[in-house]
Design a protein around this ligand. Structure first.
Ligand SMILES: [Fe+2]
Ligand SMILES: [Fe+2]
Length: 277
């Protein structure tokens, strides 16, 4: 029998090598799109049993964030380290998006939910490959440096809470990406690494709608269950997000992605008040 979408997601999650994982991600996304467009037999969403943690290559070595060497953006070594960290984030994002496809099939989402996350997963696979290409042009590769352990933590923490997953992954972590990416683009512009500038610009433009999908489906769930989204969001972030929400925020891109200031500013102010004691 043909694979269900949930089974396709699990196949990506259990593939370790980055290039192989992303090739499979592209192929499955194309199959899903063709099926949804009526150009191929229908693929049911189905049901599967995703692993608690996705398969990953032997390298990079995963270290506690405190032990990952600091990057100095003014040197080539530092620029390679930034690209390596981005590649690691993108590979993680491929798995995060397939995980949300496979894990919450009992929630009762309409098919558009799957369209959105399959598209996001497809784009993350592209991002990973674009950044790997940059690393290889600069004489390095993904796996050459250590990377942050613990990036999967928010997925594990929200393994049985779709509200929490949407609040923390797209609406906090991916939104944070919108805040920091312009600074990275600037680093590579200054360094004259055009390939990295182009790759980061693709990432920057596509990440806006990943955040928007998060906000859209979070609001959909709250609406279905008659909940007020803002206080629910605040509670979930406090419960599941273990680091601080810190300005400066990219207010313009966050607004474009359906994240109003009263979602994130109160959390940032609370953190600041705590730090003041
Ligand atoms: Fe990405
Ligand atoms: Fe993303």
């Amino acid at each position: 029998m043909a694979q269900t979408l949930a089974e396709m997601a699990v196949e990506v999650l259990t593939t370790a090598d980055g290039r192989a994982k992303t090739a499979l991600a592209h192929a499955h996304a194309a199959a899903w799109r063709a099926s949804r467009a009526g150009e191929a037999p229908e693929i049911p969403v189905g049901r599967a049993d995703p692993p608690l943690r996705p398969a990953r290559p032997e390298k990079p070595e995963l270290l506690d964030p405190r032990d990952v060497p600091r990057r100095r953006p003014g040197s080539l070594k530092g620029q390679i380290a930034i690209l390596h960290a981005v590649a690691h984030i993108e590979l993680n994002a491929v798995d995060l998006h397939w995980d949300i496809v496979a894990r919450f099939t009992d929630v009762g989402f309409p098919p558009g939910f799957y369209d959105d996350w399959v598209q996001s997963a497809d784009e993350e696979a592209k991002h990973f490959n674009l950044i790997c290409d940059c690393l290889e042009s600069l004489g390095s590769h993904y796996g050459a440096l250590p990377a942050h352990a613990g990036m999967w933590r928010s997925a594990e923490d929200t393994v049985d809470d779709i509200f929490g997953r949407l609040a923390v992954v797209p609406m906090v972590l991916e939104a944070r990406g919108l805040d920091v990416t312009p600074g990275m683009i600037e680093v590579f512009e200054k360094a004259g690494i055009d390939q990295a500038v182009a790759a980061m610009k693709v990432i920057y433009s596509e990440e806006v709608h990943h955040v928007a999908y998060g906000s859209k489906w979070f609001h959909w769930l709250c609406g279905r269950d008659g909940l007020d989204p803002k206080p629910v969001f605040h509670d979930l972030v406090k419960r599941y997000f273990h680091s601080a929400l810190k300005p400066p925020f990219n207010e313009e891109k966050r607004a474009e992605a359906g994240l109003p200031p009263d979602f994130y500013w109160p959390l940032a102010e609370e953190t600041a008040a705590k730090q003041r004691g």
